[in-house]
Design a protein around this ligand. Sequence first.
Ligand SMILES: [Zn+2]
Length: 258
Amino acid sequence: MKKLISIILTILIVSTGLPQPHRLEVSASSATAIDVFLRLRDVLENGLRTYFRVDESVEVGLFEAPVLLVNADNRLERDFRPEYMIDISQYVRSQRSPLLLEEGAGNAFIAMVASMREDGITNMAAMSGFRDWEHQERLHNNQISRLAARMPLEEARIRAATIVAPPGASEHQSGLAIDVSSACIGFALSERFENTDSFRWLSVNAHYYGFIIRYPRDSIEITGVIFEPWHLRYVGVNHAVRIFELGLVLEEYVEGYE
Ligand SMILES: [Zn+2]
């Protein structure tokens, strides 16, 4: 297996015309496909940087589509829907069925849950995935009504937006966001999720599957959204690992790319 990987990489690297083929140092017994992918990415990116004499300050981004930023300032159109979606409730523990996610995000989520199970974590369930504009609008209006019962309407509107995004401003409409919870807390979408073994696992592993914890504690000033340990956003492995390593929220990360 190790030899095979090494041969494939040597062919790839030689065929790109890079000087001095690198040897990939991966222990085949412990390597996952993600490890191999990340090492391959680094080798190729460093090779390209050297070969084309790319300045240190410039990112060499391979395998990388730009990240879609969805928030109050970057809203989706009313009729936006992901082109391909899958029903993940067929494959993983879910509190709702169907539960749709964009195809790439859905497959990554299924792979991540399988990996969690291998580590003995089985209490997590998917709660909510894709929501269209109209669904989001209903949720948002309900939140305003609840708050308006105990505060002036204008204040209720402002506060509601930090809890349930207005239509177009929710990542759930992109099909790239998923809410999760645990049987340990009765499948609530609450800050208590932070104290579950599911969350502890996600906070150190989710990026290897392309997910980030989108609204971390104390980031409301930048994201405009309260702490939501249950809300995961798929950005792809490459971006997710960088975002994790840099310790940024998505708004800061996307800004750095512009
Ligand atoms: Zn959410």
